[in-house]
Design a protein around this ligand. Structure first.
Ligand code: GAL
Length: 804
């Protein structure tokens, strides 16, 4: 039987390493207690020196007393150490792993002595040019430390290894599950293996294999690889993005009644295929609409435990409504992928790298990354494509022939991709995955698949926008709207092109980066969310394409002062409603539907509100109906063109002035009353979103100042489990109708009332774009804690959290 124990607590850390740390392994001078996941340094939000985390550090801890028999082994499983780890037991060097994004195991059995045993890890977080992604520049930071979890495993020396579950046939009538695995030591006579498939703890199929059947189990290429096939399974519920049905496989190796080893893994019954005319899952076409995700967070970089990783998947699926994420540019945390499996978010997972290809040793690590990534994640239904090229690297035929051959050998059920930024590349992959940045706001987005791939083959757009239009949450309104529209235009093109499987935008959230990129403050403002995962308008473009909840974002403060020549232009509403009704001070103006042909391929095109006057002039003024319409048309054109009003409208205006004996001041008064709403005590616009005749959302725009502070924790109950837990708390300053006050830099101060939680990062900070968030972590204690949030404008709120 194997025992898995989390090894995340009771570590000691020192931001340097010397031979003395191993020679005198129990010496804890200069060390401080830490828990994993751990960042080797807490960084500022922005404006910092990115060499700050690039140093060699030391982690150590006394191992718990481990009981194990002579037929057992003890291994330490590291999920991710950035960038290279040298592992010692007591004073002896045991193992080195190079590469920060993939797991590794260290067999420490023979190094353990009676009495205390110390585990010491030298962690090199410098940007070593011998390890991917380093060697040249990289547009993201890699941070440092033992930033993912660690476990200690005691297991029989004869144990299951490399267990792979494939579901080559799925249909309503019948499904198959094909299980292959290795045994680390030969299957002996008298031994049996029991394989069970379970759904919600109920066994739905079972097979027992005895050792005398061994010969049948030999596979031709690998004497130890065994196979158990479950054919003709009926009543299986398929895994799909809409209904992510998960099953479980358990394996038990027995000798008589004694359990030698067990294994368990979740999986799903589904097939996926990228074809020349698009992507299918379980034989059904699905247009992929996605975002790239970096796994970084403010202050702590990559070092975040389960709930923050899982929350990102939830944000992508439920808040942003995408159906695929690309784990740019490396394998993500298992917690992120676990959640993707659970909620039905598809993943394009890729090996670490960024444009640069190193020498043969470097390439050997990259090949090892292919193997580590695939064998870690091949049982995940969410993963639909392996990225086996260094993102945006040049052709390198010998290297990429190998990465593809390896991926295909390891996994025959998934296709490969490899992200390029040029056309006509030599293709060893099954899917031409291409970063298409041609859209500049005015031109038609997305190249044709044929033009880039030069032949008919499966094709996926893996990045767009990003650096083409970096946008901050505190940029002027016009920029934030154009940022959103650019994402909408590209998505529209992807939907309109049957041979494009989908488009994955750059990117989910802003991220810290190197000096060569970003806005000079070490941030790339490329996200549809900011670094705290707070939405910009572009987030609503994605959210509004999904159907699970009503979405209606009126992408405008409706205050001219933020626009060139004070012209609001058309008001863009990102919504999945079919109709939007607009009211001014409770008087109905007009209904609007999606009409703009530039967005007609989208599941839910934006709706443009281009008339805030309605019949008001007709109803209120002394003009004939026809002239009232003409005056309205002139005013609306004036909004569009300002003083450059086309001549025909100028002439018509002159004619109406003469007819009604009006002067310039009268005209200006009409503009003030019906367009600018100058002088009104208050102007409140109401937007109602309708779906199938029912009003499903309402939004108000108001120019008066009634600020409101809202504070919300992602989860109010935190759990100490295999390590500490975290939650994000979002602070937002809004008007009385919950509209963000985008330009507020109010200063917030946090006060915690108990030591069961700790704030990550500063406790005093200015809002950014009228909002900000912070994370808190548990400290190992249980109980209740309140956090008082006080803004310098006098507003306060308290959030209460419970740690269990
Ligand atoms: C791409 C690159 C991404 C990111 C993006 C910014 O070329 O693959 O990592 O840098 O540009 O738009």
């Amino acid at each position: 039987m194997n025992h898995i124990m989390p090894l995340n607590n009771d570590w000691f850390f020192k931001p340097s390493f010397s031979e003395r740390d191993v020679v005198d392994e129990t010496d804890l001078d200069d060390f401080s207690p830490v828990r994993l996941p751990h960042t080797n340094i807490e960084l500022p939000f922005h404006y910092f020196d990115e060499t700050q985390f690039q140093f060699v550090s030391c982690y150590k801890r006394k191992l718990p007393i481990i009981e194990f028999g002579s037929d057992e082994e003890v291994v330490v499983h590291f999920e991710g150490v950035m960038t290279a780890a040298r592992v010692y037991i007591n004073q002896t060097f045991v193992f080195e792993h190079r590469g920060g994004y993939t797991p590794f195991e260290v067999d420490i059995t023979t190094f353990l002595t009676k009495g205390d045993n110390w585990l010491t890890v030298q962690v090199d977080s410098t940007e070593r040019s011998d390890i991917p992604p380093f060697g040249f520049v990289v547009d993201y930071l890699t941070y440092g430390g033992i930033y993912r979890e660690v476990q200690i495993v005691v297991r029989n020396k004869q144990h299951f290894d490399a267990v792979k579950i494939e579901t080559p046939v799925v249909s309503i009538e019948k499904c198959t599950a094909n299980i292959t695995f290795k045994l680390s030591k030969l299957f002996r006579s008298g031994q049996t293996i029991i394989a069970q498939l379970l759904k919600e703890k109920h066994v739905i199929a079972e097979k027992t294999i005895a050792a005398h059947q061994l010969n049948e189990l030999h596979s031709p290429d690998d004497t130890l690889r065994m196979n158990i096939a479950f054919d003709m399974l009926d009543n299986i519920q398929l895994w799909s993005p809409e209904q992510p049905e998960l099953y479980e496989l358990t394996l038990a190796l027995l000798e008589e009644d004694h359990v030698i080893d067990t294994y368990q893994s979740r999986f799903g019954f589904r097939t996926v295929a990228f074809q020349d005319d698009g992507f299918t899952i379980n034989g059904i076409k699905l247009k992929l609409r996605g975002l790239n995700r970096h796994q970084s967070f403010p202050y702590v970089g990559y070092a975040m435990p389960k709930s923050a990783q899982a929350k990102d998947a939830d944000i992508l699926k439920f808040d942003l409504g995408v159906n695929i994420a690309r784990s740019s540019h490396y394998p993500p945390s298992r917690h992120f992928l676990d959640r993707c499996d659970e909620i039905g978010l598809l993943v394009f997972e890729e090996i670490p790298g960024w444009q640069h290809i190193g020498d043969t040793d470097w390439q050997a690590i990259s090949l090892q990354n292919v193997e580590e990534m695939i064998t870690r994640d091949w049982n995940r239904p969410s993963v639909i494509l392996w990225g086996v090229r260094i993102n945006e690297s040049a052709d390198s035929d010998a290297f990429y022939e190998k990465t593809n051959a390896l991926a295909h050998k390891l996994d025959s059920t998934r296709q490969t991709g490899g992200v390029r930024n040029f056309d006509g590349s030599h293709v060893f992959e099954d899917v031409y995955t291409y970063n298409d940045f041609i859209h500049r706001g005015h031109n038609v987005p997305l190249e044709s698949a044929m033009k880039i791939a030069k032949k008919k083959m499966p094709y996926l757009v893996t990045e767009h926008n990003g650096h083409m239009y970096p946008t901050k949450s505190f940029d002027i309104e016009a920029k934030r709207i154009e940022h959103a529209l650019r994402h909408a235009r590209v998505l529209n093109s992807a939907y309109a092109s049957p041979d494009i499987s989908g488009a994955i935008g750059w990117c989910m959230a802003d991220y810290n980066t190197h000096k060569d990129f970003g806005s000079g403050d070490k941030i790339c403002y490329h996200g549809v969310l900011d670094m705290f995962r707070i939405p910009k308008y572009a987030a609503s473009v994605y959210a509004s394409q999904a159907d699970h909840a009503p979405v209606m974002t009126v992408a405008s403060s409706m205050l001219g002062g933020d626009f060139e020549a004070s012209e609001l232009g058309k008001i863009t509403v990102f919504t999945n409603c079919d109709t939007v009704k607009v009211y001014k001070n409770d008087r109905f103006i007009k209904s609007f539907k999606p009409t703009n042909p530039s967005f007609s391929a989208l599941p839910h095109p934006p709706i443009f509100v281009d008339d805030l006057i309605g019949d008001f002039i007709k109803e209120n003024e002394r003009f004939s109906e026809k002239d009232a319409d003409a005056i309205k048309a002139i005013l609306l054109k004036f909004v569009e063109y300002g003083n450059a009003l086309p001549l025909k409208y100028k002439i018509h205006m002159g004619y109406l002035f003469l007819k009604y004996k009006m002067n310039f001041a009268d005209g200006a008064a009409l503009y003030g009353k019906y367009v600018a709403s100058w002088g009104e005590k208050s102007t409140v616009y109401k937007f109602e979103g309708y779906k199938d005749g029912a009003c499903v959302c309402v939004s108000y725009k108001d120019s008066s100042y009634h600020p409101k502070l809202s504070v919300a924790a992602d989860q109010e109950i935190l759990m100490e489990t295999e390590t500490y837990d975290v939650t994000r708390v979002v602070i937002q300053l809004t008007d009385a109708y919950d509209q963000p006050l985008y330009y507020s830099n109010a200063v917030a101060e946090l006060k915690t009332t108990s030591d069961v939680i700790e704030v990550i990062g500063p406790k005093q900070f200015a809002l950014i774009g009228g909002t900000r968030a912070f994370w808190v972590k548990t400290t190992g204690k249980t109980g209740t804690a309140s956090i008082d949030i006080q803004l310098d404008n006098g507003l306060t709120k308290t959030v209460t959290l419970t740690v269990k």
